[in-house]
Design a protein around this ligand. Structure first.
Ligand code: SF4
Ligand code: SF4
Length: 376
């Protein structure tokens, strides 16, 4: 495993961090706890020293499962990160209750890295109204938190402002070669690092969108490379090549994924890219941006939908439809798997999802397009 210095925190951390938003699930949609614990422990056994969770992940079960995984001496081997879901908080008393519930779920006395979750303009305003930072400082003084940071999903301009709003110790941004100019982007990464902050990257593989099924036009571009690499390898190398990146969180949902990520991020030359390779990645990024209609990361912040629509799944089918040249099998799969009454054409146009989507996607427009494309 490769390690980097975590600015301000004064720790050496693994370049790969274990995210717990995409743990393996059983057929009924619940997390496969045994498998999840094996993956988390497998990551730590392979040298991962940073694990991240949140109050809302996996219908609030991620923290509990992570707490179980960190028993038997694993807790001491990692920096544990968790976040305050300010959008759920009713008042200051409730904020405190959520925080103590998190400690209980994780079965720990102290959270090493505590973040204001998913900061956007409105969330930050609400955090200030609720005196969140004073509360976090109190928790820090009591030894319940070690370091304070924020995770971010808004514009670069607001990110630059956020960096000066509080003496943050670290921040977490979404970044991958497709999103280089999206949200904080590469510009935000460099600015935060200039200010001395450690920067944690989320969505390095865009929720698996850059690796799961490579469209033919993208594959043709990768085939031009002198050295053949997997899509995950290209995506991680693009980030590792930036010295401002402290670590990359990957939400690993299977052992093969974990093994591949460990292999890539343990390689001594993971940060090396030739100028030709960098321009090839730029070409792939342009091609993806041309093909993918709705840049959904699969984070599920928009859920639940009052009509029961599985929004990210529908967007995925529709993106595939656009990327794979209207392949009939995409339509057949959509018709087979999307339950009657919960298809794109059932969208109520209430826009609840759009208000919650950190990517600011026009979900209702996508639902109309998908229902036209698939006929239901
Ligand atoms: S706009 Fe449509 S997809 Fe979005 S929450 Fe409402 S019903 Fe669900
Ligand atoms: S539509 Fe937005 S909120 Fe919903 S899963 Fe996609 S990116 Fe996340």
């Amino acid at each position: 495993m490769q390690y980097r210095k975590f600015n301000k925190i004064n720790e050496r951390v693994s370049l790969l961090g274990m995210g717990t938003m995409r743990l393996p699930e059983k057929e009924d949609g619940d997390v496969d706890e045994r498998e999840a614990i094996e993956i988390i422990r497998g990551a730590i056994d392979s040298g991962v020293t940073y694990v991240d969770t949140a109050y809302t992940y996996h219908n609030s079960t991620s923290e509990v499962i992570l707490g179980k995984a960190l028993k038997d001496g694993y807790r001491e081997k990692v920096l544990l990160a968790d976040k305050m879901p300010i959008w759920l908080v009713r008042d200051e008393q409730h904020m405190e209750e959520i925080f103590y519930e998190q400690l209980e779920r994780l079965d720990t006395d102290c959270i090493d890295m505590y973040l204001v979750h998913s900061v956007e303009v409105d969330i930050w305003e609400r955090a200030k109204e609720l005196n969140l930072m004073s509360f976090l400082e109190r928790m820090k003084a009591q030894g319940r938190i070690k370091h304070i940071g924020f995770s971010f999903h808004d514009s670069y301009e607001f990110f630059a402002k956020m960096l000066d709003e509080y003496p943050w110790e670290f921040c977490q941004i979404q970044l991958n070669y497709m999103d280089k100019n999206h949200q904080a982007g590469v510009k935000g990464l460099k600015l935060a690092a200039q200010k001395g902050l450690g920067v944690i990257i989320m969505e390095p593989l865009k929720g698996g969108r850059l690796t799961d099924a490579v469209p033919p036009a993208v594959k043709a571009l990768w085939d031009k490379a002198e050295i053949s690499r997997t899509p995950a390898e290209w995506a991680f190398k693009w980030l590792a090549n930036k010295p401002e990146v402290t670590l990359m969180l990957s939400g690993m949902s299977s052992k093969p994924q974990l093994e591949e990520n460990i292999r890539i991020l343990s390689s001594e030359d993971v940060a090396e890219l030739t100028p030709e390779e960098k321009s090839l990645i730029d070409e792939v990024s342009d091609e993806y941006n041309r093909l993918i209609r709705y840049s959904c990361t699969g984070c599920k912040y928009c859920m639940p939908c009052p009509k029961g629509l599985e929004i990210p799944r529908i967007l995925r089918y529709y993106n595939d439809w656009c990327a794979y040249e209207q392949n009939p099998s995409t339509k057949a799969e959509y018709i087979t798997w999307m339950e009657e009454g919960k298809r794109a054409s059932d969208c109520l146009d209430c826009k609840k999802c759009e208000r919650l989507c950190p990517q600011h996607l026009h979900v209702t427009k996508a639902m109309k397009e998908a229902s036209e494309a698939f006929g239901i």
